[in-house]
Design a protein around this ligand. Sequence first.
Ligand code: FAD
Length: 496
Amino acid sequence: MQNTIIKNLVILGGGTAGWMTAALMAKVLGKTVQITLVESEQIGTVGVGEATIPPIINFNQALGLDEKEFLRETNGSIKLGIQFEGWSQPGESYMHAFGNVGKNFPFCDFHHFWVRHCQQGGRDSYWDYSLNYQAAVQNTFSPIAKIPNTNLPGISYAYHFDAGLYAKFLRRYAEEKGVKRVEGKVSDVRKNPESGFVESLVLESGQAVTGDLFADCSGFIGLLIDKAVGSEYESWSQWLPCDRAMAVPSASGERIPPYTRSIAHACGWQWQIPLQHRTGNGLVYSSSHWSDEQAHEALFGNLPGEPLAEPRIIPFKTGHRREQWKKNVVSLGLASGFLEPLESTSIHLVQSAATRLIKCFPHRGIRGEEVAEFNRQSRVEMERIRDFIILHYKANQRRDSDFWRACEDMPVPDSLKEKMELFRSSGKVFRDFDDLFTEVAWQQVMIGQGIVPADYHGIADGLTDGQLADLMQSLKTLIQGTVKQLPPHEAFLSRK
Ligand code: FAD
């Protein structure tokens, strides 16, 4: 326990993590805590991170942002899911579409009925029953909460946005709410010699910025969480073999697809994130299997338009800080750990860490129990997302390179192994308490990667053959009919 009353919060870093944290803290804690953000334009930000997942909508709503203004200011677009191309086999693809698939029955998810339908010779794809998928591939969108005239959920969505513009947008918001911004490069960190708690950040100019609690949003360097208080980094590279990315923006095609593309290559994978004014592209690869020249060739051989800048190389190490909160330093964003952007989870992790920090906020002094709980929740959250990402690699059937063969052969964490075995044998999959990804997300990735369940829940036998056929046909017709009524994605973006 440190008895200091927390009145001054200092955030180091003005990337997506820094400004998201500043904006949310200012909105919720602004009346009780003074917030200062230090950033260095000279150092800049990582400059990538443009695809999100649906909880971002809650974040923007919590701030009270207007969606139209947000999309306009960030050149944003709608994201209905991620299309995985060539991940199970070259030439095959599937989507992790947000939202529901089909119609869930009490105690029994829809996919059990679909498995029975397939076992009886049905040929429909699982995604024939996904409203999000059908809307995505037909380039349509409207934020409908329900399928009209039914109780079935409508479309679930997230955003693609220009990360630099989002940070600027949030900066304006946070400064209006009283956050003080200090420009400058931190060259020294002063600590209390007895407790080891950080007391101030010293800038190159000599200015000292003092605080009671420090949010480390300094990016991969982890200037406070690593260099100042020494929280150890646990690597997960034994399961996630990629350690490098090459990023380049390009001109867009004529349409703006409402989904992210993740395209598998011989030794890694490529992302395409369509924005209103350009497409964000990058290749994530393993430096033990591919040189930068090989990565360049793969990436530039498959751009949707002219490159708009020189490519940038970003080395990374997958893993996380064992203690995301240590002493009076809480790390958020890249400073706290990194999972490759396969399921667009990093920005979400900032959102959830900032929310957790608010819930545990130590107004009346830092208590060990709160710190321990914060760290426990952070670890569990990261481990579950980690397993979901490993699944994509482990369940590949490509076998066309040493890279993919090694992924298929690697031992995976027991938690994932058990989930895969259960699904393979019974079709059952469970969302652990607090798991970010729902059962439907796990089902889609497992089925998409070629894990076909050998069995299904007996409840699905409660329908006669005729009732099952009617159910499948009526759902398909309902979804197709709904998608036909939706406007083009571009029309939604250009609405006044
Ligand atoms: P940064 O953007 O690096 O910001 C660090 C800040 O700290 C900067 O303002 C810098 O100036 C400041 N700073 C550092 N040192 C000092 C110093 N000494 N003095 C003063 N200031 C300092 N996430 C997603 O959710 N979706 C994606 O699609 C996605 N794609 C990604 C692709 C790649 C290749 C990578 C590497 C990451 C991706 N991410 C993605 C993650 C996402 O980019 C980050 O989570 C997000 O941008 C937050 O970064 P950050 O703010 O922690 O760090």
